[in-house]
Ligand binder design. Structure first.
Ligand code: C5P
Length: 405
């Protein structure tokens, strides 16, 4: 049994054995593997020979960042035909053909994937993909039922356009669903029973009915935090301000726009939360007055002066009001290029805001915003560096959550 399963918790770094079998939908498996890797998991692909006719080994190796195995007679010295299954926290097979499903139901081990499944006690997630007739054939129906009774999770198939001109049940579910099912199968995570409030996005301060003062935050890092916390079992409330990414499922999402709205929503949710993470870029200033009608340039000269007034510092207020045991985490995006100077600014900020942790990252015209990855330094309330993380925004999110735990 893998490390995480042995600890009885869904660690963010799972050992995932990803079986790919010979169907055209194997190309979609590539996206699911990539999704799991970007979340920080170790993915070991076991491909059947037929799968490798659809997707090349180099593709699977590059995406999984690990060697791809397919032959029972390779790696014999390390007893690979059982080692891979034994080390897995979860086994995912996507796409699973009718043939593989039949073999799994009968316990046939004539290839590396069959051996690995038999040698494992990890949860098994099967995402079938085949033509409707094959899916509805009594043999497949009985095999799927048998696997279900033994505890396997069957995801899909989806209904829709198949490889040819026909359509019906048999499509592989979308890669995100494969990822969700794989992670859900591992069981309650290490944040189960905890409630977390995350703010994400950037606030917009209205100038008039059509204009606002805003910032370039896309909400990606905050949303990634909310998703990672939810996957690890937390009860998540996401206060989402004007994000460019869709609101995730599986959590309470409170859409807001201005700082005043964000403040009301986060203060309300924080009352019963164990952790509050202020990842949103909150405007420090707002227009002193909001025009009732659109400001016309004819009524202005060549310049237009906008008077701004200070917004409340929500993070400082939440930190000051926090209950014993409640953690408040702030973010600091700094354009300062010098590492030591950025750290000094971060230390100053953590003291000023009074939060338990501060996640410091560098932003600039081409850094931090609207990018897939991020690189952060985490400080505690004393200003000591307690962690560093870089990589995809979800893997950075998981490292931040590790620290909170
Ligand atoms: O002072 P600065 O804006 O750099 O601080 C960033 C942190 O403070 C973020 O966690 C942000 O959500 C929070 N903040 C706030 N209220 C403000 C401004 C920032 O809570 N008015």
């Amino acid at each position: 049994m893998g490390e995480a399963a042995a600890a009885g918790a869904a660690s963010p770094r799972l050992n995932i054995l990803f079986g790919v079998t010979g169907g055209i939908a194997a190309y979609k498996a590539v996206h699911a593997i990539r999704g799991l890797v970007l979340e920080g998991h170790h993915v070991h692909v076991v491909a059947t020979e037929a799968a490798l006719r659809f997707v090349g080994k180099p593709t699977l190796e590059a995406i999984s960042r690990n060697p791809v195995h397919s032959d029972v007679y390779e790696g014999v010295a390390e007893v690979r035909h059982v080692a891979l299954g034994q080390a897995a926290d979860v086994i995912v097979i996507a796409p699973a053909t009718a043939n593989t499903i039949a073999k799994l139901a009968m316990g046939i081990a004539d290839d590396l994937l069959g051996n690995s499944v038999l040698a494992s006690t990890a949860p098994l997630v099967i995402a079938p993909a085949m033509h409707t007739e094959m899916w509805q054939h009594p043999a497949t129906v009985a095999n799927v039922e048998l696997l279900r009774q033994r505890g396997a999770t069957i995801v899909g198939p989806a209904v829709g356009q198949l490889t040819g001109s026909d359509s019906g049940p048999g499509r592989l579910v979308e890669p995100e669903e494969v990822v969700e099912a794989a992670l859900a199968a591992v069981g309650p995570g290490d944040l189960a029973g905890r409630s977390i409030v995350v703010t994400a996005g950037g606030t917009r301060e209205p100038i008039d009915p059509v204009r606002f003062v805003g910032n370039r935050s896309t909400g990606r890092q905050g949303v990634a935090l909310a998703i990672a916390a939810s996957r690890r079992g937390a009860d998540v409330t996401l206060v989402l301000a004007n994000a460019e990414v869709p609101a995730p499922a599986g959590m309470t999402v409170v859409p807001v726009s201005s700082t005043a709205e964000l403040q009301a929503a986060v203060t309300d949710a924080a009352a019963s939360a164990d952790v509050v993470v202020m990842a949103a870029a909150v405007a420090d200033y707002r227009p002193a007055s909001v025009a009732e009608a659109k400001i016309k340039k004819d009524s202005q000269g060549d310049t237009l002066a906008l008077e701004l007034v200070r917004n409340p510092d929500i993070l400082a207020e939440l930190s000051a009001q926090r209950r014993p045991g409640q953690l408040v985490v702030g973010f600091a995006a700094e354009t300062e290029g010098d590492d030591a100077e950025r750290l000094r600014l971060g230390r100053e900020k953590v003291t000023r805001k009074g939060c338990d942790f501060l996640v410091l990252n560098r932003v600039g015209w081409a850094e931090g915003f609207a990018t897939e990855g991020n690189s952060v330094t985490m400080l505690n309330s004393a200003g000591t560096i307690v962690g560093e993380a870089s990589g995809s925004k979800v893997s950075v999110a998981n490292r931040i959550l590790d620290l909170l735990i």
